[in-house]
Design a protein around this ligand. Structure first.
Ligand code: SF4
Length: 184
């Protein structure tokens, strides 16, 4: 069965790739992630995915569409609900790519991360699949998360320190106030 694998980043692709190949699936990767900010971080993750693709013999589809403006327009008014919009934007693009490319189904490496909203990803992906008319292949890849990250370390693949958007970057780094720390 030919499956389109939406890939959020190189390290997260390693375990799903292995697991689905073990099931006998034929895979092609798809990189569409306008949620990765800033642009140089996006390029860094894109490069990391290419290292994985080369190491694992994976073909990757990529339309050079860095739709930062579209992403921000959708989430700026409702930052607390941003992940739903983020999943929808990315998975709808993947579903449409799968339909156009004649794939039997699509799935996503987002399902490997224990840090993501797993149930919401599944719900959004199933809604999108219904709208577009291409099946969503659900798997819980989370038990293989550590194994995938270990393999990424062995390959020397860049492992990003925050989820992707500027909101997640702020949450990761803006916990302490340098002005307060300096006054101590
Ligand atoms: S935190 Fe991650 S999943 Fe949520 S909107 Fe930002 S990039 Fe997307």
């Amino acid at each position: 069965m030919k499956i389109l694998l939406h890939i959020c980043c190189g390290p997260c692709s390693l375990y799903p790739l292995q697991a689905l190949r073990e099931e006998g699936m034929e895979l092609e990767g798809f990189f569409y992630n306008p949620n990765i900010h800033p642009y140089r971080e996006y390029l860094r993750r894109w490069e990391a995915l290419h290292q994985v693709a080369e190491a694992e013999g994976l073909a990757v589809r990529h339309r050079w569409e860095y739709e930062l403006e579209k992403f921000l327009a959708r989430v700026a008014q409702f930052p607390s609900e941003r992940c739903r919009h983020c999943y929808e934007l990315r998975l709808e693009k993947a579903a449409r790519e799968a339909a156009e490319g004649g794939f039997a189904a699509f799935t996503t490496t987002l399902l490997v991360s224990p840090w993501q909203k797993h149930d919401l990803i599944r719900q959004v992906a199933e809604e999108v699949a219904g709208r577009v008319g291409v099946p969503f292949l659900y798997r819980d890849f989370r038990p293989g998360y550590r194994q995938g990250q270990q393999r990424a370390r062995e390959l020397g693949i860049y492992r990003q320190p925050y989820c992707g958007c500027i909101y997640s970057e702020k949450e990761r780094y803006a916990r302490s106030r340098p002005d307060v720390a300096r006054a101590r």
